[in-house]
Each structure stands twice: as C-alpha cells, then as structure tokens.
Design a protein around this ligand. Structure first.
Ligand code: HEC
Ligand code: HEC
Length: 327
C-alpha cells in the first residue's frame, strides 16, 4: 500500500515535470524570466521559467533538455598577443558533442559590438559525436593594452561562456614618444629602471669600441633613431678629445643627449669616459681645422651646443689709414 502510493506520487511528479519542461524550453527563447520561485525540496523542473497564465508562446518548437556535459570545448578561454597596429584578433573555439543525442545551440551573443562570433545558422544542432567551431573576431580599432571579451553560447542549459584575452603591445612610435618624454623630464632616466636593461647593462665593464657601440651606438647608430639624433661622424663642427670628454661626461643640457658621468647620475667611470673620448678623437676626423691662435676646436660650436663658447680670436689690428690725398 505504502509502495503503491509512493509510485503514484512519482508518476504524477514526472508528468508535471514533463509539462513544466516543455513549456520552459519554449519560454527560454523569447520571454523574460519571471522571478525565480522560492527554493523548495522538489528537485528539478521548478527552477525553470514558468509560463504565466494567458501568455502567448510564439514558437511551437520544443527542445529537449540536454545534459551540459554533452558539449566539450577545446578551451574556456584563449589568449592572443597581436602585433602593434593589428586591425583584428581572430580566435576559434572547437566544440564536440560527445553525447549520444543531438545537441542544439540556440544562440550566440558577444559582450560588445566590436566582437563578432561566426557559427552555423541558429538553432545549430550538433549531431552525436560531431564537431563544430565558433569563430570569434575582435575589432581592435581604438583599443590598447589588454582587453577581454566574452562570447555566450546559449542552449537549453546554463549558458556557456567563452573568454578571449587580447594583448596589444604599444606601437614602437608610442614607446619612443614615452621614452623621449621620460628622458626630457629627467635626462638620467635612461640609466634607471627598465631603461637600464638596454641603455646601461650592455656598457658594464666595457671599454673602447665595444663601449662606444653599447653606450653611444644604441642611439647614434640606430636605423630608426629619432631625427634629432645626429650622426657622430658628420657633426657640423670641429671635435677633439676635450670636446668628446665634455659631451660624454655632461651631455648636452636641455636635450635628450644624457651625461654619462657619475656626477650626472650616469653609469660610466672616469676611465671608461676617457677610453671613449680617446677612441672617438682618434677615429672621427674633425670637420674643421682649429682656428689659428687658439688651442681648442670648441670655438665654432653653435651656441645651441650648450658648451661654453670661447670668444673668437681678436681681429688683427686694422691697417693704418692711407694718407689723405688732396684733390
Ligand atoms: C629594449 C631596449 C630599450 C629599452 C628598454 C629602452 N630603450 Fe631607449 N632606445 C633603444 C634603442 C634601440 C634606441 C634607438 C632608436 C630606436 O631604434 O628606436 C633608443 C633610443 C632612445 C632615445 C633617443 C631617441 C630615439 O628614439 O631615437 C631616448 C631618449 C631613449 N631611448 C630613452 C629611453 C628611456 C627613457 C627608456 C626607459 C623608459 C628607454 N629608452 C628604454 C632601446 C631601448
Ligand atoms: C639616449 C640616446 C643617446 C645616447 C645613448 C647617446 N646620445 Fe648623444 N645625442 C643624443 C641626442 C638626442 C642628441 C642631439 C641633442 C640635440 O638635440 O642637439 C645627441 C647629440 C650628441 C652629440 C652632438 C652634440 C653637438 O652639439 O654637436 C654628440 C657629440 C654626442 N651626442 C655624443 C654621444 C656619445 C659619445 C655617446 C656615448 C657615450 C652618446 N652621444 C650617447 C642622444 C643620445
């Protein structure tokens, strides 16, 4: 008697569940969710949206409940580092229906207008043991840094979220601009922090040509160097040991040419600076001959060089005026 009534109860319950389910599968597509019913001890159909009395259900199509583990995705999230300036980032997610029943995906949404998901027309039914693929294209116009987008794959189950992360490196132009701004604010910036990995570390313990390449060539011999960085072999003014030593030690005030001496917060020892000055004085011919009567070639430096100008030699005394010839 007990067992029989329990059996009846289960049968009634299953029938009710089936009804609920049929209604809910249709509802899930078109209708806003009514408030979630209060939790009860009845386990399964009750959490699904329930049609309100009098509601019209437009699509007569009925989708079976599908076990969530039926679809196996190759990943939940994917990450891509694009080239600076890339227009789009392209991903795909592969999916397999590992179950014995067809599985229907009802819709796919993306988290922004910049993200487009491509898949077969909806509803998209994957036959048992068949594969499919969702392509995701993110438009990167106006984007920078690290961005994350989401794709929601909807079926009669809980939605499946696919995440994509795109890393957009700064363009070389932007990096240069930022470095130049830092160096303008603090000429010794290039010797500090992450800048040092390129501008200081290669100079450590070096002398002569190796040092010139590491300390000076990085800027002065770079193919893509900024326009204001001059070719040291073609300076428009005379150069000598004293000139090289001065510019290497103290840099050119008010410009991006840093001073390398310890006094200027630079990385080079006195011996390293002298080794450079000797090398450059020896290997780079001075453009103009020193002006007779002075013992330096610095006289012809333009005032913009930021180096102390030495007054030009006194003009030779004017020849005596010719005697006035009476007419
Ligand atoms: C990955 C190596 C690297 C790092 C890190 C680096 N630089 Fe440079 N820097 C270069 C190279 C190479 C050049 C030569 C120009 C070029 O090729 O872009 C250069 C050139 C420069 C110039 C001359 C202007 C120009 O663009 O030609 C300045 C100023 C400068 N760097 C400052 C900095 C500062 C400030 C930092 C740190 C915030 C820094 N750099 C970090 C490699 C580096
Ligand atoms: C961070 C990049 C950078 C590095 C490293 C660098 N320079 Fe310069 N240098 C410059 C820039 C920028 C200028 C142009 C300054 C200006 O605007 O007039 C310059 C100018 C010069 C000038 C021309 C000065 C004049 O007025 O005629 C000399 C000489 C020079 N540098 C020598 C050197 C030597 C030698 C080294 C290596 C010890 C070196 N530089 C390392 C950026 C650099």
């Amino acid at each position: 008697m007990q067992a029989k009534s329990a059996g009846l109860f289960v049968a009634a319950f299953l029938a009710a569940g089936g009804l609920f389910l049929t209604g809910s599968a249709v509802m899930a597509q078109e209708q806003p969710k009514p408030p979630t019913p209060a939790p009860t001890l009845i386990p399964f159909p009750i959490n699904r949206p329930v049609p309100l009395p009098g509601q019209v259900t437009p699509t007569p199509q009925v989708l079976p409940v599908q076990p969530p583990e039926a679809l196996v995705w190759d990943a939940n999230e994917k990450e891509l580092t694009v080239k600076p300036g890339a227009a789009t980032a392209e991903f795909f997610f592969a999916v397999t229906n590992v179950s014995e029943a067809p599985y229907t995906i009802t819709s796919i949404h993306t988290s922004c207008g910049c993200t487009v998901a491509k898949a077969p027309p909806m509803p998209w039914t994957l036959a048992p043991h068949s594969d499919g693929r969702v392509e995701v294209s993110v438009n990167l116009a106006g984007k920078s840094g690290t961005i994350m987008k989401q794709v929601t794959v909807q079926s009669t189950n809980a939605p499946k979220l696919l995440n994509v992360t795109i890393k957009i490196p700064d363009s070389p132009e932007l990096v240069r601009l930022r470095n130049m701004q830092m160096a303008t604010a603090d000429p010794a910036a290039i010797f500090k922090g992450e800048c040092a990995s390129c501008h200081v570390v290669p100079t450590v313990g070096k002398f002569g040509p190796e040092l010139a390449k590491a300390a000076c060539g990085i800027c002065h011999e770079a193919e893509r160097r900024a326009t204001m960085v001059p070719d040291l072999k073609n300076l428009p003014h005379p150069t000598d040991y004293a000139f090289w030593k001065e510019i290497i030690s103290n840099g050119k005030p008010g410009t991006l040419m840093p001073g390398f001496s310890v006094a200027k917060n630079g990385p080079l020892s006195v011996e390293q600076i002298e080794s450079l000055a000797q090398l450059l004085a020896k290997t780079i011919p001075s453009k103009l001959t020193p002006i007779p009567g002075t013992n330096t070639t610095l006289v012809r430096l333009p005032p913009s060089a930021g180096l102390p100008a030495i007054p030009p030699p006194p003009a030779p005394p004017a020849p005596p005026a010719p005697p006035a010839v009476p007419k």
